[in-house]
Design a protein around this ligand. Sequence first.
Ligand code: CS2
Ligand code: MG
Length: 407
Amino acid sequence: MKITDAKVFVGGPKKNYVTLKIMTDQGIYGLGDATLNNRETLPAQYLQDYLVPNLIGMDPRNSEDIWQYFYRGAYFRRGPIATAAFGAIDMALWDIKGKLANLPVYQLLGGKSREGAMVYAHATGADLEDLMDSVAFYVEQGYKAVRVQCGIPGMPKGYAVPEAKGDNLNHITDYTGIRPKVEVWDTDRYMRYMPGALERIRERFGPELKILHDVHHRLLPREAAAFARAVEPVDLYWLEDPTPAEDQDALRLIRQHSTVPIAIGEVFNSIYDCNRLIEQELIDFIRVAVTYAGGITPVRRIVDLAGLHHVRTGFHGAPSHSPICMAAQAHLNAWAPNFGVQEYLVLGTPECDALFPSEHRMENGMVWVSDAPGLGVDFDESKAARYDYVPGSHPVVRLEDGTMWNY
Ligand code: CS2
Ligand code: MG
């Protein structure tokens, strides 16, 4: 069996999805996602210029060797541009493998460990009252877990917070241009306000709701330790990215001062970014994404390592990823013995569903994996032609005095 061709598409409804389609001499094709948020053209170019020409003629069934060939063969290893491109190839090869075997990918991983996989939604508010409405909206729809972010009094804009009450902020990318908007951050205001706000959410929604909160890398290690201690009474399901991920020792300080579960890893792109954190049991949830972390093959290794150390999965699932990555994660979530939760934003616009038809279902705050062979998601090329690449950007963050800070 041989790979005969591969095509890369960039574009999508309100989003620049990078979609790889690998064709074979047996008529079976596979799909992969290389969407690197706000840098989408780069993995696409890497695929087009270097990887696709080498893929042609390879046997798609040898997904392990193909992964090693590109990873080791690049010489300059890792980095999200490369791993997103390798990730797309790997997903497409698992898709092909499943179609060949006539089995859904979760069966190739070891079968189902559960029926539905719990997801969490993003509740957000310009202020706390607005956030409460947003949480109530998700709770009414059956969500068991909700991430909560709200505006901080006196701070013009916080992470993932809408400007006007009632606005939904599921898409953080600003497509008006390539130059990022500037948001202003004030750690002191955040530290004073947020623990009390989280307690009020707990009081209002009761003990059952799983409440998650994302600090988005904004605190220094000592601040993060103090914050984690302050939010202990809230009984968070997790505290996400309390400090920038590069300084892994920072998490030790947090651990020494608090038992709040820590979730980290959405910016990681290899097992070497998290093996120490996992082995030293400094985190509770690993947040890698199948796209950025290089595909199903390496993510499965991360999941297995995590399982040895009581670390559960909480894969990244922001609107950064196309339904192809989300499908790959749905299969891993169905299998992983140490599954925790899946981040899930309802992209479900009719345009997105039409571009990526699939039978994976979201119902009652759970994802139900599709039983179709392979990844169980398709890609309608005829519709893809409607969408062009649209340059966009995340905001950047500065402190009040102008100092650059972490987005
Ligand atoms: C976030 C992301 O989903 C999350 O937890 O941290 O929305 C993140 O900001 C984006 O993926 C960045 O591209
Ligand atoms: Mg996050």
